[in-house]
Design a protein around this ligand. Structure first.
Ligand code: SF4
Length: 299
């Protein structure tokens, strides 16, 4: 395959994946919603979950987005230094978003800051956002795509705590965000927490945490324990589905961390809503690909 054909192929695959992910939830999210729905006992909670499942069925059958807010597209890329399209990747992802916007279709969600006009294409200065990780001596490319809707983006917050605040300070920060803005994000929520040195390192980790498959804990034993404690704590707020009260507020809490400066604790929260539209795909050097997030995806 020559380079032009390869770029065209990868653009089309990514456009289809983006469009599809706006209509069909990933397998892990759907399974978790089924689990939480089965554990709610009020009529209101059960009705809301049944409506969510009906919504998912109709979105698939009618080939339409499952939520009107198809978000700003974000891509977490882990690209091998020897992947043949490494130099073309950022441009082709942008093209894929334009294509998906027309074909899926996706709502127009890219407003140029300060100039205050909607580009109508879902691309603009810095959108879609591409977060890069380079894998040395690899020729494959792994991509998470994510639709960052307005409601689920709203609770996002980051700050740097004094070192004496400790892990209690991290807990207070997360619970303050959940009790103030959690409701806006269409629960049950996936809560991503980043713990690092500064606001930007913690913030990026908190969003990356939302890409981790549900049910997988942090590899750090203590962080995994904190995930469980935070999950229990946020559930006890009783947000329930769509914030209408219930036994479960969250699909999970994921913590990602790095080492930090001894004098600071950077902490951040990012939230995914019940309609958590992420997708995961891995390309090899010949552009054969595997979609791991949606086993029924036929792209
Ligand atoms: S929070 Fe999620 S489900 Fe609710 S409107 Fe926004 S994108 Fe849609």
């Amino acid at each position: 395959m020559n380079k032009n054909d390869a770029v065209k192929k990868m653009t089309e695959v990514m456009a289809k994946l983006v469009g599809y992910s706006g209509k069909v939830l990933p397998d892990d999210v759907y399974a978790k919603l089924e689990e939480l729905g089965s554990k709610e006992n009020s009529n209101l909670s059960k009705t809301i979950y049944n409506t969510m499942f009906e919504n998912q069925k109709l979105a698939k059958d009618l080939n339409r987005p499952c939520c009107q807010d198809t978000g700003v597209l974000q891509f977490f890329v882990k690209c091998g230094t020897n992947f043949p399209l490494i130099g073309e990747l950022e441009d082709l992802l942008r093209e894929a978003v334009i294509l998906a916007t027309k074909e899926a279709p996706l709502r127009h969600n890219s407003v140029e800051t300060f100039d205050e006009y909607n580009t109508g294409l879902n691309v603009g200065k810095g959108t879609p956002t591409v977060f890069w990780e380079i894998a040395p001596n690899s020729d494959s490319c792994e991509i998470y795509s994510y639709m960052a809707g307005g409601g689920c983006t709203l609770p996002g917050k980051a700050m740097v705590l004094m070192p004496g605040a400790g892990y209690e300070g991290v807990t207070r920060f997360v619970l303050d965000v959940m009790t103030s803005y959690g409701l806006n994000a269409c629960p049950p929520l996936l809560v991503g927490v980043g713990v690092a040195t500064s606001v930007e390192t913690a913030a990026l980790l908190s969003k990356k945490a939302l890409m981790r498959p549900l049910g997988k804990n942090s590899e750090n034993e203590r962080a995994a324990k904190m995930e469980k404690l935070l999950e229990d704590g946020i559930n006890s707020i009783g947000l329930g589905p769509q914030g209408m009260s219930g036994n479960y507020s969250v699909m999970g809490v994921h913590i990602e961390n790095t080492a930090r400066h001894p004098s600071t604790i950077g902490v951040a929260v990012n939230v995914g809503c019940w309609s958590h539209r992420k997708a995961h795909i891995i390309f090899d050097k010949d552009l054969n690909y595997t979609i791991t997030s949606h086993k029924e995806a036929n792209i």
